[in-house]
Design a protein around this ligand. Structure first.
Ligand code: GLC
Length: 832
């Protein structure tokens, strides 16, 4: 797959961007699980430790022009001519002779050529808490070159939102100084705000991090002051220090903080040299301070030089890391380790299908994207600024389904954390802050129910029934078992039904912008009711499996009650309505002038099993009839043009974008799932194909965002910018598209008892293969489709032996014998 800005590498492990002027910054992540950064293809982006709001290390200017500034910049300057440029193109934006950015799994490599100098910067984070910029410069000229090298970025030092809104005050606590002996630039802040609200109360606490910036080359000069380094009325494009060939050796005790180092490279013709720049954090140890005097050299007249507190233990820790990574062998080892780690991650799921793009997504990029959404929730991206949201509860529960196939132990830990953010009554925070504690409770009606979904999927994957007995405290009460947490969520939702047995809408459901239908407690969410039905059905299955027959019985009755309510009150003739508001008005009905039909109440009618036979087919046919676009079905139709304060934000949003009628990929993924459940493999795959981020049906200059990851939404034909996508990377569609692909299209699905093989594919496919690690065994599954059907398993063989039906039942003795002492088994499936 190729567009005018780039293509995937042969092995699909990299996306190669071949020119810098992409329609939007095309971004990647670097991370070791604690120290994180975003890196754009031109070196832009920011770094943070654990939490992008509270522990921001470097700055990134929101809404900035030029866009995507600042970043991690390396600028080369030819000593002889004085000309300077950056191998990452930004920030100097000199026209380069060659440019290439390779985004890989948690690393980016940006390379270019200018005036016969090749230069390459590799950005990544090793297991230690620092980022490495490994720079290689090659002189391809016939004459020797002396280059000044500048490495710089702007520092934030602490709370990123306060840095934005209270900067004139915030800067009075910044400190940056250079340690001549170790040649390390240190930076920190003497206070730390850990809350978000606007208040006149000042924090009375120091930021507990010490930032260090160093390199493996000798340092010729440095700057800690942005003002000194950049110069008056200049920007990161043309710092005075770069232009004049040297920094002014500034330190600051107040002011905007910069970390800038100046080095020199002398290169013979044909010679290449590699060096490393390091930016990292160590905990600030206040126990054993020493004092240094700063600013004597910059202190005209009678003013006082500054005494600055230094942190001996922190300094030792930083020096140790710098010493380690000044050694190129350690950098190489760390990079090899990173690559190995993510190759292993990918090895748990491998597919070979007739669709190349599906292979690229399921084997690499979709798996990678779900590991990123799991890590960053909806918090740190170029579209989620990392200033507000913390960890979203509903999103994060869904995000567990991605890494679940590869690292169930990560998911286990996360689920315990999430259960700890549930309240005794079964309600939950809507978002919470893992670093500083606390969260926001909004009352969204769907949020509590995502915890049971995630827990049940975890058990299907791992078979770890004992997890249900693990104890975790409620946020506001004593500990209870995971099973009790699960029951609490369901009971909470059941206790909040209206007299018609439909769920209350509250201040929103999955759709955050249907936010003024149900604030008075009367409006009903048909979608949440369907979601509840789904969870009840899942719960019945779990209770039956673990012998909780009474509970299974009770939930069966609840399911029937709800199913009846939905089919009595919510069927509109050809599809299901979306809900009612506090005033009793219906939305998502043929009677409405706008917002007549919503996607989610059709797909979930099927997913929850409440729509059977004819109704199931009809409502999904209505999706095709009214919602279809070249990029998949829209979230609703027709988009709202009239503001309705009794519906909410969706009606205030411009038609065709976001939740007001865009192709919102998260519901698109559920439509694929529903079509698979209906067995319509051609239709399911048609939608899946349309939604692929690299699908060229929309011209890339219009589509704009990264073609290697899903975006939250694509503008629909209801807007003149149809096809423009936004909010790439952090979207629930990533996880569901992955599971759609593996579990529902290719049909390799975990159950409590084992693996179920239930493909739903295009008729034209003659076969495909899947490798899926499941409970420690690699299943090499070969599916043949000689007669061209969409679904229907005719025979299933495990290690050459026929099994009944389409299940690999781990409770079955025969199956157990076949699996005994094996780490790899062969499965042959015949459709027909
Ligand atoms: C965004 C939110 C998600 C929400 C969706 C629809 O993707 O992250 O929580 O469900 O929008 O409003």
């Amino acid at each position: 797959m190729q567009n005018k800005y780039g293509h995937f590498s042969q092995d699909a492990l990299e996306f190669i961007i071949t020119r810098p002027d992409t329609p939007a910054p095309w971004v990647n992540y670097i991370s070791n699980g604690k120290y994180h950064g975003l890196v754009s293809h031109t070196g832009g982006g920011y770094s943070f430790y654990v939490n992008p709001r509270d522990n921001r290390i470097t700055r990134w200017r929101y809404n900035s022009l030029p866009a995507d500034r600042p970043g991690r910049y390396v600028v080369l300057r030819d000593r002889q001519s004085g000309s300077y440029w950056s191998p990452t193109w930004q920030p100097t934006c000199v026209a380069l002779e060659q440019f290439e950015c390779r985004h890989g799994l948690y690393y980016s490599r940006i390379a270019s050529r200018y005036q016969k100098i090749r230069a390459e910067v590799l950005y990544f984070v090793p297991a230690d808490d620092l980022e490495l910029w490994q720079v290689t410069v090659r002189n391809e000229d016939e004459t020797g070159k002396t280059l000044d090298i500048f490495a710089y970025e702007e520092l934030c030092l602490g709370h990123a939102l306060v840095d934005l809104i209270n900067q004139p005050n915030d800067q009075h606590f910044n400190e940056v100084y250079f340690d001549h002996q170790s040649e390390i630039l240190y930076a920190t802040k003497r206070y730390w705000v850990k809350y978000r609200g606007a208040t006149v109360q000042q924090a009375n606490e120091a930021w507990d991090k010490l930032v260090f910036f160093a390199a493996s080359l000798p340092i010729k000069s440095y700057d800690g002051s942005r003002e000194q380094f950049i110069g008056r009325w200049r920007s990161e494009s043309n710092p005075i220090a770069v232009e004049s060939g040297g920094c002014s050796n500034s330190a600051i005790t107040a002011g905007d903080a910069e970390a800038a180092l100046h080095m020199e490279l002398v290169l013979q013709p044909g010679e290449a040299q590699t060096f490393t720049v390091m930016l990292g954090v160590v905990p600030k140890d206040e126990a054993d301070p020493e004092y240094i005097v700063l600013g004597a050299e910059n202190c005209p007249g009678d003013c006082q030089p500054m005494r600055v507190r230094r942190h001996r233990a922190s300094k030792i820790a930083a020096e140790e890391l710098v010493r380690k990574y000044r050694n190129p062998a350690e950098v190489a080892k760390a990079f090899a380790h990173l690559q190995e780690k993510w190759r292993t991650y990918l090895a748990a799921v491998r597919v070979a299908t007739p669709d190349d793009e599906m292979n690229i997504l399921l084997n690499v990029w979709n798996q990678y994207q779900t590991s990123v959404t799991f890590q960053f929730s909806r918090d740190a991206s170029y579209y989620h600024g990392g200033l507000l949201f913390g960890r979203g509860y509903r999103d994060s529960c869904q995000d567990t389904l991605g890494p679940l196939m590869t690292h169930p132990e990560w998911v286990r830990e996360r689920l315990l954390e999430m259960a700890g953010h549930q309240f005794r009554d079964g309600s939950t925070f809507h978002l919470y802050y893992p670093l500083t504690g606390g969260g926001e409770k909004t009352g969204h009606s769907d949020t509590p129910l995502w915890l049971p979904l995630a827990i049940m999927e975890y058990i299907k994957e791992t078979g770890e029934l004992a997890f249900l007995s693990c104890k975790v405290p409620f946020h506001d009460a004593d500990e209870a078992t995971v099973f009790e947490h699960l029951l609490a969520a369901i009971e909470f939702t059941l206790a909040n039904l209206t007299h018609r047995n439909l769920a209350k809408f509250g201040p929103g459901d999955w759709n955050d912008t249907l936010d003024y239908l149900g604030r008075a407690g009367k409006g009903e969410s048909v979608w949440v009711t369907m979601f509840l039905a789904y969870i009840l059905r899942e719960m019945i299955e779990l209770c039956d499996f673990i012998g909780e027959t009474k509970k299974a019985e009770r939930y069966r009755k609840e399911y029937q009650k709800i199913e009846q309510a939905l089919n009595t009150h919510c069927w509109d003739g050809s599809w299901y309505i979306r809900g009612t508001n506090d005033q009793g008005a219906v939305i998502g009905s043929g009677r409405n002038a706008e917002g007549k039909i919503f996607l989610n109440t059709q797909s979930w009618a099927v997913i929850s099993g409440i729509a059977r036979g004819e109704r199931a087919l009809r409502c999904m046919d209505a999706v095709q009839q009214y919602l279809e676009t070249p990029k998949g079905p829209k979230i609703l139709h027709p988009a709202y043009t009239q503001i309705n304060p009794n519906i909410g934000l969706a009606t205030r949003c411009v038609p065709g974008k976001k939740e007001n009628g865009a192709v919102f990929n998260h519901p698109v993924s559920w439509a694929i799932l529903a079509e698979c459940l209906l067995g319509r493999g051609d239709r399911a795959f048609e939608i899946y194909k349309k939604a692929q981020p690299m699908n060229p049906v929309i011209d890339i200059d219009r589509y704009q965002v990264e073609p290697y990851v899903y975006a939250e939404y694509v503008t629909s034909p209801d807007h003149p910018l149809m096809g423009q996508a936004s909010h790439s990377w952090l979207t629930g569609s990533s996880t569901w598209m992955l599971r759609d692909g593996i579990d529902y299209i290719l049909g390799v699905r975990p159950t409590y008892r084992g693996l179920q093989i239930e493909p739903c594919i295009p008729k034209a496919w003659r076969g495909y293969e899947v490798v899926r690690r499941f409970r420690g065994i690699y299943y090499h599954i070969k599916v043949a489709n000689p007669t061209g059907v969409c679904r229907g398993v005719k025979s299933l063989r495990l290690e050459g032996e026929q099994l009944p039906g389409n299940q690999i039942n781990l409770d079955d003795e025969h199956v157990n014998r076949l699996l005994a002492n094996k780490t790899k088994v062969a499965v042959e499936v015949m459709l027909g």
